[in-house]
Design a protein around this ligand. Structure first.
Ligand code: ZN
Length: 141
């Protein structure tokens, strides 16, 4: 993923903020849960536990994965660097400015986790297809 990792919250209030839709345009980042129905609060906690489990499971699987099959979306001249994601464990990384071209591993001069191995199978996808491959959680360490 190579983006900043977000720690998983421990309280319902923090969980509500953590789980808020990222695309929401009217989300303020806070929700008063003081009078929230207990059944809804319990459901939010259940979702938080599931999110934590998914995040930790993905972290452990990613740590042991050989990343044999990778999807890549190419550099775009609008400033979007190439990105890669392992189709098995969904570990994602972003290339440097030098990752341009249709095949990242042949052009990037930076360190790579998923690239630069001749045995690796790479399939090219567009940005929308790439984003659809992402896990629905930030992976915690
Ligand atoms: Zn992998």
């Amino acid at each position: 993923m190579m983006s900043a990792h977000q720690s998983i919250p421990n309280s319902v209030d923090a969980a509500v903020r953590f789980l808020a839709p990222r695309s929401s345009t009217n989300w303020t980042g806070t929700l008063n849960v003081s009078r929230l129905n207990q059944e809804i609060a319990a459901a939010i906690e259940g979702r938080l536990h599931a999110t934590r489990h998914l995040s930790r499971t993905a972290f452990h699987i990613q740590a042991g994965c050989t990343h044999e099959i990778v999807a890549e979306t190419a550099y775009r001249s609008s400033g979007l660097s190439a990105r890669r994601i392992c189709l098995h464990c969904r570990l994602e990384e972003e290339g440097s400015h030098w990752s341009g071209g249709s095949t990242w591993s042949r052009h990037d001069y930076g360190k790579s986790i998923l690239g630069n191995t001749s045995e690796r199978i790479v399939t090219n996808v567009d940005r929308d297809q790439f984003y659809a491959l992402r896990l629905p959680v930030e992976v915690a360490e």
